[in-house]
Write a protein that binds this ligand. Structure first.
Ligand code: SAM
Length: 233
């Protein structure tokens, strides 16, 4: 991996916010999912949570995690997703167009936070609303009843980003576990080789200080490759 690429990935890792996440409940349009993932990456979200509609579980590109900078954590039900988030001591915010919702700018996003977004047509389920700590709303004064879900996610996430920036949360250094850093360095620095490893079911090698692959002969043999074949990545 070249030094510029390594530096860029390391910088990205150091800015990740593992205590900020989103959970998509049955969001079903691929372009919305892709746009939300992109915004998550842009504000430094490391891991997203999803409960996919049935039709997306089998054959959707976005749903399959093609966006490899943001980890997609899939859950079978919203109850399961929220339970996992609560276990990480996250406050659970439901974006919801209801009279009891508070303005999204009144929330303290420097707390560990998970933000729920609902399906394009039906919004967030009653089950999710009952499990959330707080409903939040983006005020609207026009004729449309709601915003597009990806637009709503961008607005809320950039308020979280603004608050965290002000609080110095982007100067904390890398908070991701070592294994996650290694995974992202390998997948980001050696995309073809990591895809190859996945297809062969091979473990990833360690990535060294200067971005080099630290693997023994046996590992290369298992790949049936010679190290020189991967120098260009
Ligand atoms: N008819 C649905 C409803 O009543 O919730 C509209 C769903 S809206 C198109 C899709 C999602 O975008 C919502 O579930 C919510 O997550 C988010 N959203 C859209 N506009 C919002 C707003 N003004 N405030 C908070 N969330 C909003």
């Amino acid at each position: 991996m070249n030094p510029e690429r390594l530096a860029r990935i390391r910088l990205m890792l150091s800015l990740r916010q593992p205590d900020l996440t989103v959970c998509l409940e049955q969001v079903n349009k691929a372009h919305n999912i892709a746009a939300i993932i992109r915004t998550c990456d842009a504000v430094g979200i490391h891991e997203m949570h999803t409960v996919w509609p049935q039709e997306l579980r089998e054959n959707n590109r976005a749903a399959k995690g093609s966006h490899n900078w943001v980890k997609l954590n899939r859950h079978d039900s919203i109850a399961q997703a929220i339970a996992a988030l609560k276990q990480q001591n996250m406050q659970i915010l439901a974006t919801n167009l209801s009279p009891r919702a508070v303005d999204f700018r009144e929330i303290d996003y420097t707390k560990p936070t998970a933000i729920l977004f609902g399906a394009e047509k039906y919004g967030i389920s009653q089950e999710a609303l009952a499990l959330a700590d707080q409903d939040i709303i983006i005020p609207m004064v026009g004729m449309a009843q709601s915003l597009n879900v990806s637009v709503a996610s961008a607005l809320v996430l950039y308020e979280a980003q603004r608050q965290r920036q002000q609080a110095g949360f982007y100067q904390r250094g890398c908070l991701l576990p070592y294994d996650e850093q290694q995974r992202l360095l390998f997948e980001g620095g050696y995309p073809r080789l990591s895809a190859f490893c996945q297809s062969k079911g091979l473990e990833y090698p360690v990535i060294g200080e200067i971005g080099e692959i630290l693997a023994d002969e046996l590992w290369w043999q298992k790949l049936q490759l010679h190290p020189s074949q991967w120098q260009e990545e």
